[in-house]
Design a protein around this ligand. Structure first.
Ligand SMILES: C[S@@+](CC[C@H](N)C(=O)[O-])C[C@H]1O[C@@H](n2cnc3c(N)ncnc32)[C@H](O)[C@@H]1O
Length: 269
């Protein structure tokens, strides 16, 4: 399956890193710990983060391997810039998964967190991830369970679609091709990876209150943020109220759980 970047929302990441941090970036560090923990790279290994954003996963790789053993790419210039500023010493480049600017077998592990569904051509992107990894190395990615237990985005699109059925055209649970175990397994095996496993991971994000959550959605980030940004004020207010009611949260601090699927495969020797 080849995603159209406009349909998948890749263009909605040409935003500031701060805006990203207030929205999905809240989940990045916990998810990165889980994703990298699945692979358990050894000291001395080299790793690449594909679709690095402002660097949530890159930071976890730096913590484990050291900046000089980590590369990162993202097609969004503001995100690549933020990643480079936050993590000095990392080889950060503006590039897409489908055309990685690295030699064959240049590294030991490729990671991609929450980016596979935004690739213009995910099969080509995963094949590129395999190409730059040596035989015996690994290719791993995490994607949200958009149609199921990614609480924030599921509640958001359910609220939006109830208020305006046309919102289902933008519902990530419908739009994203790679957010369930079987398609992910096919994607990994189709890229020539072996011993493929897909498993769930649940992480949580902290919010100071509903206003904190809504301010993240108002930043225009990702498909949900872009949807809010395009609404008239009265429609946005109705969506805000419905989302708050669905989540059952108020002005006190709370945490929301989010399930991701982690796909992992080994590069043949
Ligand atoms: C939800 S963000 C995830 C960012 C970061 N990995 C994280 O976990 O916080 C999705 C990222 O995919 C990037 N992206 C979009 N199209 C891409 C492509 N073709 N190849 C690689 N990354 C892409 C976006 O620019 C954005 O940074």
């Amino acid at each position: 399956m080849v995603m159209n970047p406009e349909a998948s929302g890749a263009a909605t990441f040409q935003v500031s890193a701060d805006a990203y941090d207030r929205h999905i970036g809240r989940y990045s560090a916990d998810l990165a710990r889980a994703l990298v923990g699945t692979v358990r790279p050894s000291p001395g290994d080299r790793a690449i983060d594909v679709g690095c954003g402002p660097g949530g996963l890159t930071a976890e790789l730096v913590r484990r391997l050291g900046a000089d053993h980590v590369a990162a790419v993202d097609p969004s210039p503001p995100f690549a810039r933020a990643c480079a500023e936050r993590l000095p010493g990392v080889d950060v480049r503006v590039a897409a998964a489908e055309d990685l600017p690295f030699a064959d077998a240049a590294m030991d592990h490729a990671f991609s967190q929450l980016a596979v569904n935004f690739m213009t051509d995910a099969p080509a992107g995963v094949e590129e991830m395999r190409r730059v990894i040596r035989g015996g190395g690994s290719v791993a990615a995490a994607v949200w369970d958009y149609a199921g237990e990614m609480t924030l985005l599921r509640a958001f699109w359910d609220a939006a679609t109830t208020l305006d059925p046309r919102a289902s055209d933008a519902d990530e649970g419908r739009l994203m091709g790679w957010c369930a175990p079987d398609p992910l397994r096919s994607l990994w095996e189709g890229a020539g990876l072996e011993d493929v496993r897909v498993a769930p991971v649940v992480v949580t994000a902290a919010y100071a209150g509903f206003a904190d959550l809504w301010s993240g959605l108002r930043g225009g980030v990702g498909p949900a943020g872009a949807y809010v940004a395009a609404l008239e004020p009265t429609s946005a207010a109705a969506l805000e109220a419905d989302l708050r009611r669905r989540l059952g949260v108020g002005d006190d601090p709370f945490r929301l759980p989010a399930r991701a699927w982690v796909a992992l495969g080994r590069v043949p020797l």
